[in-house]
Design a protein around this ligand. Structure first.
Ligand code: UDX
Length: 456
């Protein structure tokens, strides 16, 4: 098999497939990525992936190239894993890389083969690309196309690829289904649920799943806004809601909201596509989901300003975290970095520290100051703001940090710190959707395993 595009998704897929026993050729137009991967270096931070790359290279089953000629000659199935970023100046997805990858392959493939799209695309793309590749390929309709959406989370990429919650095969023929079954046989044999679908449903599963997750996060963050107006505590609320099996506690964590290379652009592209299809009303709520999410960033800045006494001008702020979530060095649409930028625009003296993402953050925002350690970042800070919940920040001792800062004031943008411990150590602790003082309604568990609200 070949894997076209060796970014997050493609590199992980190529490596894991080789580990599972397939002969894999990874293809990228960027020679630097190809060289790095071929020499055993993963060009981004992903726990567990470098070890799998070594294993795959040592097996002799994984190679990389920049040549589409080589790819077309090599593969029986070709996975297209290139990016679909947000188009400049629009909410639509930019499909130029996907179109080019399918076209470059189709022009060269001269024996029966299957092209499999994995990239997240607007509904209807697979059908359109099918026509395009039939027109371009020397073998015409013998070249088939399928869609196999990918649900991997950064930070869990290896696990999500080798042990996914489900596989979805969007196919137009029994032959295509059989090829996909063969390409995933070790994963299917492990009992992974499989949904076989038409092309449009397969495309839709991906954007619908991400929209649902984004909606769940924005739902609890909307409740945080209500909490702020009423004195209720959103963390208590989330805990109580999460015990309901029908709701569940995952993706119900309030705070600074979602970012990254998928959720924000996927919900925008989905809304855009639905409008084109004449069903914009059905997903109009996604505009609200996006707006709630963006408000989290300005509200976090409000809290920092409040703790700074009303103005941020000249105030030394330690911004802990830049990545869009922990265990990642990805700063694409990162709420953390956006907050740092907004603080900077209000003339705060911001020092950013992220255990893995400093370099990428510096490339995106060279004007911000970056520290090499947590201790350096907080030294002399008048306000500390936690923006990405790295374990290192969760584990930090409030007494130890307190000895370094100029002023014990912290905004917990991710509800990741122990408010009581910080307050006991003399910190002023603030978090979105949580009361300013510690005297509040708390949730306690009873011996009977039922829950009750008590005052503490
Ligand atoms: C997401 C989807 O989970 C994955 O299935 C899809 O294939 C790609 O997009 P990813 O972008 O890696 O994966 O991150 P995810 O773990 O989903 O987190 C997204 C964002 O939501 C992060 O910024 C995270 O901090 C935030 N988040 C998550 C919350 O704010 N609250 C939560 O409860 C959960």
């Amino acid at each position: 098999m070949t894997v076209i595009g060796t970014g997050y998704l493609g590199a992980t897929h190529a490596i894991c497939m080789a580990v599972l026993g397939y002969e894999v050729l990874g293809v990228d137009v960027d020679p630097r990525k190809v060289e790095a991967l071929a020499s055993g270096a993963v060009p981004f931070y992903e726990p567990g992936l470098p070890e799998k790359l070594t294993e795959a290279l040592e097996s002799g089953r994984l190679r990389f190239t920049t040549s589409f000629d080589e790819a077309a000659a090599f593969g029986d199935v070709h996975f297209v894993c290139v990016g679909t970023p947000q188009a400049p100046g629009s909410h639509a997805a930019d499909l130029r890389y996907v179109e080019s990858a399918f076209a470059e392959l189709a022009k060269r493939i001269d024996r029966k083969a299957l092209l499999i799209g994995k990239s997240t695309v607007p509904i209807g793309t697979a059908e359109r690309l099918t026509e395009m590749v039939h027109g371009l390929s020397p073998i015409g309709q013998e070249l088939e196309l399928a869609w196999n959406p990918e649900f991997l989370r950064e930070g869990f990429a290896v696990k999500d690829t080798l042990h996914p919650d489900r596989l979805v095969f969007g196919v137009a023929s029994a032959w295509a289904e059989a090829q996909l079954r063969a390409a995933f046989s070790p994963i299917l044999e492990a009992g992974t649920p499989l949904v076989v679908a038409d092309l449009a449903s397969a495309e839709l599963v991906k954007v619908a799943a991400n929209s649902f997750l984004a909606t769940k996060i924005s739902y609890i963050n909307a409740m945080a806004e209500v909490c702020e107006a009423t004195g209720a505590d959103v963390q208590v609320l989330a805990q109580a809601l999460g015990y309901d099996d029908r709701i569940g506690s995952r993706f119900l964590k309030p705070g600074l909201g979602f970012g990254g290379g998928c959720l924000p652009k996927d919900i925008r592209a989905f809304k855009h596509r639905a409008e084109e299809l004449g069903v914009g009303q059905a997903v109009a709520f996604l505009g609200e989901v996006d707006a709630i999410n963006t408000r989290r960033r300005t509200r976090t800045v409000d809290l920092v300003r409040e703790l700074a006494g009303g103005s941020l001008k000249g105030v030394r702020v330690a911004a802990l975290g830049a990545a869009f979530k922990p265990n990642s060095d990805d700063v694409r649409d990162a709420p953390a970095l956006d907050v740092a930028r907004l603080l900077y625009l209000e003339e705060a003296s911001v020092v950013v520290y992220d255990p893995e993402a400093n370099e990428n953050a510096h490339k995106a925002y060279p004007d911000l100051d970056y520290a090499d350690s947590l201790a350096e970042a907080v030294s002399g800070a008048q306000v500390v703001v936690l923006l990405t919940e790295w374990q290192q920040f969760r584990d930090a001792d409030p007494e130890h940090l307190g000895a370094l800062v100029a002023n014990r004031a912290v905004v917990d943008g991710r509800h990741a710190l122990d408010a009581d411990r910080y307050r006991a150590a003399g910190w002023e602790y603030r978090a979105l959707g949580r009361p300013t003082a510690s005297t509040t309604v708390r949730l306690v568990e009873h011996e009977s395993d039922s829950v009750a609200l008590t005052l503490s």
